[in-house]
Design a protein around this ligand. Structure first.
Ligand SMILES: Cc1cc2nc3c(=O)[nH]c(=O)nc-3n(C[C@H](O)[C@H](O)[C@H](O)COP(=O)(O)O)c2cc1C
Length: 335
């Protein structure tokens, strides 16, 4: 799987081969999807975030979010919280699962998360950030990483935060180049990623506005970052890790991938949840395939996996019988 001989960077002592990583995405970056992204060339995947309090309370429902297979390594489990002691207790428990790194979320803009002082709210408390990373890096053998934003509109303190993270033992920093208020819209500020890169010696992972394959190299050359983290552009399009844009994926390849992904979902979550959780992926896979909306809706609303697949196959068969010009495609598909 590891295509390059020279690691793009190290997480502590763990080499990471490749420069495109799957972002942590709540509701998406689960084992079925991470395994697919890894097999297509993602150098590393983050899990969905997990609340530190829930780890400490040993809640059963969060266990699947932290599950990974040995052949998926390197893998980073992400946790969030605001209480340094609780984060430490949670990280020690997560360490028992032997991930390659444990990431602390300092970027989530969700009000419910921020009201408790976690996610992007931590960026407003640099001293607390120092305390958290000092404690975790001293107590854990597993490397500790951070995923940050640029700050808040009234406090774009990303350089300060980055230096604090490095000084207190962080093994790498992922920078989502937007402020908390920007949420997921507006332009990502790649200059800021370059500033973080210039401010620290630990590996920097750039994130934000990577929409197509060419953006990976563009972000790297603009910022000097070691690797690029891809979120939304990978949903329904894991082939971005194989360096293919959407127009380059043959419909038959997409059809087979949808089968494979659904199969893994059913295996991981069971019949009912597997199909339910697959819907949001299916929406994104099918969106760009040239199917009329009512057809997509009908497929996605199926409550039995076999009925879903039967309708899907019929739709692809119909698509194959229609000439590309009639499908409204601007570019012929490259096989
Ligand atoms: C549906 C969704 C869920 C997300 N969940 C998380 C999460 O659990 N942890 C985290 O650090 N960031 C999370 N993010 C943010 C992404 O990791 C990433 O920083 C952001 O989407 C910007 O990258 P992109 O432009 O490539 O999508 C999430 C984003 C989306 C769209």
């Amino acid at each position: 799987m590891d295509s390059a001989r020279t690691p793009a960077f190290f997480l502590g002592r763990v080499p990471v081969y490749g420069d495109a990583l799957l972002a942590p995405m709540d509701g998406f970056s689960d084992w079925p999807y991470r395994s697919i992204c890894r097999s297509l060339g993602a150098a590393l995947c983050y899990t969905e975030f997990v609340k530190a309090e829930f780890v400490v309370m040993a809640f059963e429902h969060i266990q699947p979010r932290m599950a990974f297979e040995e052949d998926e390594r390197p893998v980073i489990i992400q946790i969030y919280g605001d209480d340094p002691d609780e984060l430490l207790r949670a990280a020690l428990l997560v360490q028992q699962k032997r991930p390659d790194a444990i990431d602390i979320n300092l970027g989530c803009p969700d009000r419910r998360v921020n009201q408790g002082g976690a996610g992007a709210a931590l960026l407003r408390q640099p001293l607390k950030v120092a305390r958290i990373f000092r404690a975790l890096s001293a107590a854990l053998e597993t490397p500790v990483t951070a995923k940050i934003r640029l700050g808040w509109e009234d406090c774009r303190n990303y350089r300060l935060i980055a230096r604090i993270l490095e000084e207190n033992g962080a093994a790498a920093i992922a920078v989502h180049a937007r402020t908390r208020e920007q949420g997921y819209g507006g332009a990502a500020d790649w200059d800021a990623i370059a500033e973080v890169k210039a401010a620290v010696r630990i590996p920097v992972i750039g994130n934000g506005d990577v929409r197509a394959v060419a953006d990976i190299a563009r972000m790297k050359s603009h910022t000097g970052c070691e690797a690029v983290m891809i979120g939304r552009a990978a949903i329904g399009h894991p082939w971005i890790f194989a360096r293919l844009d959407r127009s380059q994926v043959p419909p038959e390849t997409a059809r087979q991938m949808i089968h494979c992904h659904l199969r893994r979902n059913l295996q991981f979550y069971g019949e009912r949840k597997g199909l339910l959780f697959f819907r949001k992926h299916a929406i994104q896979y099918l969106k760009h395939q040239g199917f009329p909306r009512p057809e997509r809706t009908q497929i996605i609303q199926q409550t039995e996996a076999q009925a879903f697949l039967d309708l899907l196959d019929a739709a692809y068969d119909r698509l194959a019988s229609v000439r590309p010009a009639e499908r409204g495609e601007e570019q012929p598909l490259r096989y």
